[in-house]
Design a protein around this ligand. Structure first.
Ligand SMILES: C[S@@+](CC[C@H](N)C(=O)[O-])C[C@H]1O[C@@H](n2cnc3c(N)ncnc32)[C@H](O)[C@@H]1O
Length: 267
């Protein structure tokens, strides 16, 4: 069905962490990198790295010449809240050990990082920072000139309607000027084409997915499987911890019973 792909999108991601919101979209991230073979990928909003390391893993596995950049203050925002420096430390450690040769972490504000990129230089721009309407609009409009001819912008959280999340509203507006394909499951991801020069293989994929909804369903099932496996692993770890704790408590109980018997005899 996806003839341009050698099925790399069936791969398992290696570097998962909480939060899990992006996990169901990882198979599509793999597919996009395999199909586009971008020269430059920039991510705005990396947090614990589920999306970013999916891009990096595919670049490494497919032996591409892609350069990857992750921009984040690693301090959190109004939606994810603030988190401690352990998050950055883990992301930095993985990056240093696994992807250092082609991947750079830029710990700074998006508005500062923008000056490090020349116009038309980014082939895949993933926007996943603060999710208010104004923030997403600002990230999209300020960074759009940096995206290359035929480049792709990914917007995450297109399905979230709670509180002041406004990606859905912004997406509705830009659909008038840009070709868009939405993955309307989990928290939602949208692929937005910058202009009319989108790669033919990506255009074919969009047309196919528009004709046949089972294409989107395939990515949904693959993504949900990864999420379920991750949840199963975490549950197994919890069960092991609880078994260990139960064994400790049982031992303490036995010791106390022995002590009680000894005291009773004494009395
Ligand atoms: C939703 S999280 C990113 C989730 C991530 N892509 C994943 O796969 O789980 C948003 C991140 O964007 C960062 N952020 C938000 N606004 C920012 C800004 N203006 N400059 C730099 N970082 C920002 C926050 O620190 C936070 O870590």
């Amino acid at each position: 069905m996806l003839s341009t792909s050698k099925n790399y999108f069936f791969k398992k991601p290696l570097f998962l962490a909480n939060p899990h919101g992006w996990i169901p979209h990882i198979p599509f991230a793999f597919f996009l990198v395999e199909t586009m073979k971008p020269s430059v990928i920039v991510e705005l909003g990396t947090f614990s790295g589920n999306s970013y390391f999916a891009f990096c893993q595919s670049v490494r596995d497919l032996q591409l010449q892609t350069k990857c950049f992750a921009v984040d203050t690693w301090q959190g925002d109004i939606h994810v809240g603030s988190y401690d420096n352990e998050v950055f430390k883990r992301v930095n450690e993985i990056n240093e050990i696994e992807f250092k040769s082609f991947s750079e972490l830029m710990q700074m504000q998006f508005d500062d990082a923008i000056h490090h990129f020349s116009n038309g230089s980014i082939d895949v721009l993933h926007i996943d920072g603060t999710h208010t309407y104004d923030a997403v609009k600002n990230d999209f409009t300020t960074w759009l000139p940096k995206v290359s001819k035929g480049g792709i912008i990914l917007l995450h959280d297109t399905m979230v309607r709670k509180k002041d999340f406004g990606v859905w509203k912004f997406l509705k507006e830009i659909k008038k000027q840009h070709l868009v394909l939405e993955f309307p499951f989990s928290e939602g991801l949208a692929l937005v084409c910058k202009d009319e020069h989108t790669l033919p293989a990506i255009l074919d994929f969009i047309r196919m997915a528009q004709r046949d909804p089972s294409v989107i369903t395939l990515f949904e099932i693959l993504g949900e499987n990864i999420l379920l496996e991750r949840e199963k692993t975490l549950l197994k770890e919890d069960v092991l911890k609880m078994r260990k704790k139960t064994a400790q408590l049982n031992k303490q109980l036995l010791d106390k019973k022995k002590e009680a018997k000894r005291l009773k005899r004494k009395i």
